[in-house]
Design a protein around this ligand. Structure first.
Ligand code: URA
Length: 205
């Protein structure tokens, strides 16, 4: 059965995040019907992404949690509140960045996304990156980090940007890690503080 549309009951502040960039309308419909992995069985809603496309700055997290699964929007729970705070520190909002995850459906019980699930969803992320054409991607957590920095440890490389064929990628801790360990809040703020210079190309990566 199709779940009820949550939009009328969503907090008004979230309603603009439902705006689908016209270039992504077809992709979001494909994702909504995606049967490619077991996550399709238990999802309430797919969570394709939110924000502007094209735009210069993109964030890639892990996978939707319970609130995201209910609303169909990424990072709307407590991690999302901290992400909003971090965006504010660099003068950005969710309307002028693009936010998505490596998997677009909630892993049951918020377990880690599995390699086959990430692989099944990789083409969605590829198409989002191609459509957003970001100058900078910030990875949030180890699963999105592994796409560009396989085998590396987040504690060693967070905040150290690298450029891949003109695309700068900066690995960051996941906001949820900072909610568990308060000392990471300041670390994340420091790492975020590099983003403006990476966007203008002032700092080499
Ligand atoms: N954590 C994530 O990685 N993504 C979300 O969308 C929400 C929480």
């Amino acid at each position: 059965m199709t779940p009820p549309d949550p939009r009328p009951s969503a907090p008004p502040a979230l309603l603009p995040l439902y705006d689908v960039p016209p270039s992504f309308a077809g992709l979001y419909e494909e994702i909504a019907d995606c049967p490619r992995c077991v996550l399709a069985r238990e999802r309430t809603r797919t969570v394709p992404g939110s924000g502007a496309a094209p735009c210069d700055l993109m964030f890639v997290g892990e996978g939707p949690g319970q609130r995201e699964d209910e609303l169909g929007l990424p990072f709307v729970g407590r991690s999302g509140q901290f992400l909003d705070e971090l965006l504010g520190t660099i003068g950005r909002s969710r309307r002028d960045v693009y936010v998505t995850n490596v998997v677009k459906c909630r892993p049951p019980g918020n377990r880690d996304p599995q390699p086959d699930e990430i692989a099944a969803c990789a083409d969605h992320l590829d198409r989002q990156i191609a459509g957003v054409q970001p100058r900078v991607i910030a990875t949030l957590g180890r699963f999105s980090m592994a796409r560009w920095f396989p085998g590396e440890r987040i504690s060693q490389i967070h905040g150290r940007a690298r450029t891949f064929d003109g695309l700068t990628v900066i690995p960051m801790y996941h906001p949820a890690a900072a909610l568990r360990d308060g000392s990471l809040r300041a670390v994340m703020k420091q790492d975020f503080a590099q983003i403006p210079d990476l966007l203008t190309g002032t700092t080499g990566a």
